[in-house]
Write a protein that binds this ligand. Structure first.
Ligand SMILES: Cc1cc2nc3c(=O)[nH]c(=O)nc-3n(C[C@H](O)[C@H](O)[C@H](O)COP(=O)(O)OP(=O)(O)OC[C@H]3O[C@@H](n4cnc5c(N)ncnc54)[C@H](O)[C@@H]3O)c2cc1C
Length: 414
């Protein structure tokens, strides 16, 4: 297994459950050190929708003109980005958007259910709860449009006007009269992705059939015909029967030696995590501010706010103006309820495909190299489910064959 982010570790868990001896290699010194480190923490089944849709080209144009606070284009001279962008535009038709979003929703639901099974089996605590999420609107036009679209497909979402929401959760008075309404979803959960991944690494290590080598960078592969016989690293050579690449945004660099460059582009996002000073003023559920496009999640005694999709190549710098956007939002809504001066700011690169669907399957150029990468804005949501499907594919497990064949047609990113 290459990669000890949430996707790699969840896959290692499922492979171990199927009786495999698993070795996980990661260049970082700790688990979940890259994109899985400080994400919004939402198991966002209700948000499983492809970014590529009929409204996206206009939004991208506004981003190019610098008029979009939540989408930024900071690096224009990048051939990989344009290659990715052209494919993204091709996925913006109504039909593609529906097909991709349905596929993402299926994998997300499977991810949530598989995560809950793991929770029950492993007994980890990671500031999780399964009480759903608020989807909030401060624009009456947007709220009306959402209500119009809230048809049978949206089962699990209950709309409420602003007064009812604030009665149910007085902390939503933070919106200071601007809230127009919202929905409470029962399909979403929350939890700290980094805590989960780290806890699972400890559990797997203690159980014995998974070993982890941190601080180990994969540099190449030794092949015999179509078989990879060993993974080459800066710490030596590791023999293997199968290789799973779950290296997030680094995946295309690793597959290049097989002549394959999957369309996975880094889309940068930012988070800020604040100590909570007054818990009575923090909403009981996480919320997605659908008008300002921010997510806000309470994780134990911390509040985390995340936002922004920035095309900046592989640059992970935490830029002052971007995090100021988060701090200002928190100041406006939760001044005095959290300690803004103690904020921990972070930037991560979402491994994003043009369609939103991950790569999940075997590299056709090989007999034993598998990809589980490109889960974009939903990697925490999909990880446990994608890991289970990957393990079933590798094992050729007849018990899981039906599930694999049912899902296979939508698993390869287009
Ligand atoms: C701001 C923000 C908010 C988000 N919020 C949510 C959310 O609420 N819900 C949700 O579902 N998702 C969310 N996401 C997305 C989610 O965090 C990612 O999809 C997920 O973490 C990707 O996991 P991964 O394991 O594929 O990649 P990573 O976590 O990046 O792991 C890849 C690993 O591979 C290792 N690696 C790479 N190259 C090599 C090499 N050559 N040798 C050895 N090791 C290597 C890296 O060190 C790394 O540890 C968010 C992302 C961001 C940025």
């Amino acid at each position: 297994m290459i990669g000890a982010g949430v996707v790699g570790v969840a896959t290692a868990y499922h492979l171990a459950q199927q009786g495999h001896q698993v070795l996980v290699l990661d260049q970082a010194s700790t688990p979940a050190a890259m994109c899985s480190f400080a994400n919004a923490g939402i198991i966002a089944v209700g948000h499983a929708s492809s970014w590529a849709g009929p409204a996206a080209p206009r939004q991208l144009l506004r981003a190019v003109l610098g008029q979009e606070p939540s989408v930024k284009l900071s690096r224009c001279m990048d051939a990989d980005m344009w290659r990715w962008g052209l494919k993204f535009l091709r996925n913006c038709t109504t039909i593609s958007h529906r097909r991709n979003s349905d596929a993402m929703a299926m994998l997300s639901r499977h991810g949530r259910d598989a995560l809950q099974q793991m929770e029950a089996k492993v007994g980890l605590t990671f500031d999780q709860s399964h009480d759903g999420v608020y989807y909030l609107y401060t624009s009456s036009t947007q709220y009306a449009a959402r209500l119009k679209g809230n048809t049978g497909a949206d089962t699990g979402f209950t709309p409420h006007d602003a007064a009812t929401l604030m009665k149910l959760d007085p902390a939503l008075r933070a919106f200071d009269g601007r809230l127009q309404g919202g929905l409470i979803s029962s399909v979403d959960s929350k939890g700290d992705c980094q805590k989960f991944t780290t806890g699972l690494v400890e559990w797997l290590t203690a159980k014995g059939n998974v070993s982890f080598h941190f601080g180990t960078t994969v540099t190449g592969f030794a092949s015999r015909g179509m078989d990879v016989s060993a993974v080459l690293t800066d710490k030596g050579r590791f023999a293997c029967d199968h290789v799973v690449i779950a290296a997030g945004t680094e995946t295309p660099k690793l597959t290049a030696s097989f002549g394959v460059r999957p369309l996975i582009y880094p889309v940068k996002g930012y988070s800020a995590t604040y100590p909570i000073l007054d818990a009575s003023r923090i909403p009981v559920r996480p919320f997605i501010d659908e008008t300002s496009l921010l997510a806000v999640t309470r994780l134990g005694d911390r509040l985390r706010v995340t936002a922004i999709a920035e095309f900046a190549g592989y640059d992970r710098t935490v830029t002052a103006d971007r995090v100021a956007y988060l701090d200002t939002y928190v100041d406006q809504h939760f001044s005095g309820a959290v300690d803004v001066a103690q904020a921990e700011h972070w930037a991560g690169l979402r491994p994003t495909t043009p369609s939103g669907r991950p790569y999940l399957g075997r590299l056709r150029q090989t007999s034993n190299v598998w990809l589980n990468a490109g889960h974009g804005q939903l990697g925490w949501t999909m990880a446990a489910g994608a890991g289970e499907i990957m393990a079933a594919m590798i094992s050729g497990n007849p018990n899981n064959a039906a599930q694999v064949s049912e899902t296979a047609h939508w698993l390869t990113a287009s």
